[in-house]
Design a protein around this ligand. Structure first.
Ligand code: PLP
Length: 394
């Protein structure tokens, strides 16, 4: 019955405004936003069926929403995985998945070149929970193998490391994980399933920060984990218990970016290669890190692993260290100094002051993050405008 047909008093009518659940007269072209923290049920039998997965539907925001489910289905499909679970952020996804795999007394092996936030989680927070971590160089398979113990529960790496853009031998690392019975977890944030699908090489779980290329427009936050249903259910349980769930609006925002992912990645990759080649010629630049350059130590491996390009991230060091980096950032005009990445516009970050801020000197040295290192996220603008801005600032 419509609210207007009821005999309710004004206060009751106001409280129920907008809750009529009127059916749409036609299907919307794009996914609607279901910004409701809870769903209503006609009976206990109906809610039982939804909880048991025997009927479609959602119960409560923290446990999943139509928008998060739609996003999970899309990203699982893109990565070629059985199932996916979204989280409030990339870190929400990574911490939940690691706590699903390991408990007190267990051990993890991880690449020491991973994103600073992941590095801190591994080296500070997990240690406090009694989970030991060996930080290794995944380029060195012997070092990885030697680090594995009887209680090792996961091997964690990034397809392209943030910010030094190193490339691990994914097939070999997955083979090693398989042989030793250790789940291999791959952060595919920098490459996306358009360039590489780690599950095809035998990885067990793939994760992303959704705020990066999958969303692509710096509007929606989130994280996601993809893999076999059993493992994803275990990660989902942690996300729900810790309250690290993704809200519908952010899921919807990220979902608006996905249709253009392949087009954007093509443009990011093309522009980044041109920019990397330009930077390599600049006298003020001491090194350029980009897997598409033949000077990159793992260029051949990257060419085998990645299809359609080498990603949109280019890191480079300025000869003058911190003072040069600071002056350079202030001199840029088109390119924003903004400590995230993968936006459609070109942005730049300064790792020692942002993503790797506060890490001990020894960790920065081990990660090869120096005071002159800048991390450029090359956008999809006309490449001549990007180069003109870099050139003027240099
Ligand atoms: N993984 C990588 C490779 C990242 O670059 C980031 C953030 O920059 C994260 C994970 C963490 O994601 P979020 O910021 O969404 O928590």
């Amino acid at each position: 019955m419509a609210t207007s047909d009821r005999t309710w008093r004004p206060g009751t009518r106001a409280a129920h405004a907008g809750r009529a659940n009127d059916p749409c007269v036609a299907a919307p072209l794009i996914e609607p936003l279901y910004q409701s923290t809870v769903f209503r049920f006609e009976s206990v039998a109906q809610i039982d069926a939804v909880y048991a997965g025997q009927a479609p539907g959602h119960v409560y925001y923290r446990m999943g929403t139509p928008n998060t489910s739609a996003l999970e289905a899309c990203v699982a499909d893109l990565e070629g995985g059985e199932a996916a679970v979204a989280a409030a952020s990339g870190m929400g996804a990574i911490s939940s998945l690691l706590l699903a795999l390991a408990e007190q007394g267990d051990h993890l092996v991880a690449d020491r070149h991973v994103y600073g936030g992941t590095f801190s989680l591994l080296s500070v927070d997990l240690a406090r929970l009694g989970i030991a971590v060996s930080l290794v160089d995944v380029d060195d398979l012997a070092e990885v193998e030697a680090a594995i113990r009887s209680n090792t529960r996961a091997l964690l790496l990034e397809t392209l490391t943030n910010p030094t853009l190193r490339v691990g031998d994914l097939p070999e690392l997955c083979r090693l994980g398989r042989a030793r019975g250790i789940p291999v977890v791959v952060d595919n944030t920098f490459t996306t399933p358009c360039l590489v699908r780690p599950l095809e090489f035998g990885a067990d779980l793939v994760c992303h920060s959704l705020a990066k290329y999958l969303g692509g427009h710096s509007g929606g936050m989130g994280g996601i984990v993809v893999g076999k249903k059993g493992l994803i259910d275990a990660v989902r349980a942690k996300i729900v218990h810790f309250g690290a769930s993704l809200g519908p609006f952010d899921a919807w925002m990220v979902g608006q970016g996905l249709p253009t992912l392949a087009l954007r990645m093509r443009a990011h990759c093309e522009n980044a290669l041109t920019v990397a080649r330009f930077l390599e010629q600049q006298p003020a630049v001491s090194r350029v890190l980009y897997p598409g350059l033949t000077s990159h130590p793992r260029h051949d491996l990257a060419a085998r692993l990645f299809s359609g390009g080498f990603g949109g991230m280019v890191s480079f060091s300025l000869k003058g260290g911190r003072s040069s980096a600071e002056r350079f950032l202030e001199a840029l005009d088109l390119i924003a100094f903004a400590p995230s990445l993968a936006d459609v516009t070109t942005t730049i970050s300064y790792p020692i002051a942002t993503s790797h801020r506060g890490l001990p000197e020894s960790a920065l040295a081990a990660m090869d993050v120096d005071e002159g290192l800048l991390r450029l996220s090359v956008g999809i603008e006309h490449v001549d405008d990007i180069i003109a801005d870099l050139s003027a600032a240099l």
